[in-house]
Design a protein around this ligand. Structure first.
Ligand code: TXA
Ligand code: MG
Length: 339
């Protein structure tokens, strides 16, 4: 586990990519399952290994902002500004695709998702490879994204030829996705970089997706799911919900405060009280709670504030994907687009 990979390891990864096989690699957000983005057969193998529907587009990872024009066309001035401000970093831009970009990447759409990751190992790999690396998160479709090399091996086993180990991912949740392919910027997926920061950089308001936003699997309500049902409870409801559930099944709790002395929870896992620290640990903790053998995972829902938006988004999806619920809301969470 090191933030820098030995040269020999990077050379081997480059050979694997050139041969049309897959390399899992660390980014600052989550681990990616990478293939040569200009090799259609290699990209198709990503979909096979992940079990992901072929019409879900992939992000192309680039070594630097200078490659943006090789992969996109008609990029608005906002794209340049954002690239300068946030790349390398956890921001994906959706732009009109350049003519050479293959359909396997874009799912047949006329747009392409691009990002320059900042993780040193991702940078080493991209610099040595030279070209674009298509990579979704290195999990099976619909499951929690991996934030360590160990998670990748648990998820994908021998299906991936090589896993580069770059330690635990710093951000811990997937990149912010901003669609710049139409006249106005649309935030497709919240992440570490918030809408306010983006607005400040481009001087234009950022819209939220409407009913006709482009297809993005990260936007499915049912996504990032653990296998035990997950219930989200507002801070004020947490103790009551844990008490009620404990009468039924063993309960694992994720909360931003310590365990009360009278709690019946089987497992009480404390989480960071700041949003970035919370995001950093979130997926590893959900995996841990999921493995505890509990009947239900109860998570204290962080406040509805801008800095918590991305964490709340992932928690809502995880709860929906697990067949869980938001305590206090009527009925269970619906997967509004779970195709
Ligand atoms: O942080 C991340 O973005 C990680 C690391 C590995 O870079 N990658 C990642 O990829 O989360 P993935 O495939 O798990 O999620 C990317 C999301 C998907 O929801 C995909 O549908 C969406 O980006 N996407 C990709 N290209 C798109 C496009 N042209 N239009 C709309 N959505 C797109
Ligand atoms: Mg994913």
């Amino acid at each position: 586990m090191s933030a820098i990979a030995p040269d020999a390891e990077i050379q081997r990864a480059v050979q694997v990519l050139r041969a049309g096989a897959l390399v899992a690699f660390p980014t600052e957000t989550v681990y990616g399952l990478g293939a040569d983005a200009s090799n259609a057969a290699a990209v198709r193998r990503i979909f096979e290994v992940k079990g992901r529907p072929a019409d879900h587009p992939l992000i192309v990872h680039l070594k630097g902002a200078q490659d943006l024009r090789l992969w996109s066309r008609d990029a608005p001035i906002a794209a340049q500004k954002l690239a300068e401000r946030f790349w390398p970093g956890p921001l994906t831009l959706i732009l009109m695709r350049a003519p050479g970009v293959i359909d396997e990447i874009t799912g047949g759409q006329d747009t392409v998702g691009l990002r320059v990751p900042s993780h040193p190992v991702a940078q080493q790999l991209l610099q040595a490879f030279g070209g674009g690396i298509a990579a979704p998160s290195a999990n099976r479709f619909g499951r929690i994204s991996p934030t360590s090399a160990q998670h990748v091996r648990e998820e994908l086993g021998d299906a991936v030829e090589l896993v580069l180990d770059g330690g635990a991912c710093e951000v811990g949740i997937e990149s912010t996705i901003l669609d710049l392919s139409s006249g106005h910027p649309v935030l497709l997926r919240p992440g570490r970089i918030g809408a306010a920061e983006i607005e400040l950089a481009i001087g234009v308001p950022v819209a939220r997706p409407g009913a006709h936003a482009p297809r993005a699997s990260g936007m499915l309500a049912a996504h990032y799911a653990p296998s035990a049902p997950m219930i989200l409870a507002a801070a004020a409801d947490l103790d009551r919900v844990v008490r009620e559930q404990s009468l039924r099944v063993p309960v694992a709790v994720l909360a931003r405060r310590a365990r009360p002395s009278d709690s019946r929870a089987t497992l009480w896992q404390g989480a960071a009280t700041d949003a970035q620290g919370y995001a950093h640990d979130l997926y590893a903790l959900l995996r841990l709670l999921d493995r505890s053998g509990c009947g239900v995972i109860v998570v204290e829902l962080p406040p509805e504030r801008p800095e918590w938006e991305a964490v709340r988004d992932r928690l809502m999806r995880a709860a929906a994907g697990s067949g869980g619920a938001v305590a206090g809301a009527s009925g269970s969470l619906e997967a509004d687009d779970a195709t």
